[in-house]
Unconditional design. Sequence first.
Length: 322
Amino acid sequence: MTAPYAALGDSFAAGVGGGGQRDVCWRSDDGYPVLVGRTLGLDVAYEACLAAIVPDVERFQLQSLGESTRLVTVTIGGNDIGFVPVLIACAEPAWMRDSDPVIDTALHRLRTELPARLDRLLGVIVRRAPAARVVVTGYPRLFNGIDCNLATFFTGHEMSRMNVAADELAATISAAAARAGALFVDVLDDFAGHAVCDDPEWLNGVNLPIEGSFHPNTLGHGAYALAVLRVLGPRFPAGAQGDSRVRPGLCVAGSAPTFRLPDIAGPRSLAGAVACGLDVTEVVELGTRLRTTAATGLPDPDVSRRLHELDAQVRARLGRPS
């Protein structure tokens, strides 16, 4: 069944981080596609899904496209290059993993695999919805040089590398959109000053439920919607404002991993602690207390402070940038 507006993509399009969860794909009412549909008065086929990659969109999210489709929005690509594994690696303390090789792998995929994936997907969308305006969005920089979360260990070096990768990802998606004759929505400037730990932040830091971490909050999804509407312009043919129904698409979970906090008391952490000469008994105690506070949402600043001290000691010992 075709729809006037098809919303495709990953968790950023599915409203993760912004509001209540409809299903395993999330599809929050605060997601930017719902806000765009309400503003334009278009019924929304909400196909976007948590953890989706390009092949997931191709397999499960294109059934609502057709001759009568007038608008398609797409947010995709971050999971294809492995941005969540990058976040997981950078969130861990130094004795658990060196994040630089994980970032290097993501950049390699960005440069060698993602352009062809995007070209293939956008080509299919244009062919299946020939009358539609196709809008492709980028992603924001997540950080502004500060990690204020008590259970993560992002360094300035890691945050800088991730922001540089976000810029390159935006440029890659923009180029693919241009090749397909689609519109590109660049949100980098919109989110400047509203990163994780900024005031006000439009991007969650560590959040419950944990899948919402490092995704736009309600303000962020609103900013995405405004950016899409700005690119479409006032002449886009629309219906009555507010007259919009949301029809969820197939609910098939995406192929990519979702964010998780470091397991400080887990076997990989303890093996790394031994290798780096840390007191394993202390690490177990701190990790167990951190796991408890993460589950309850009640932070323990003393645990966090000591773990960050150990992280700094290990980074200095290993000669890793902070």
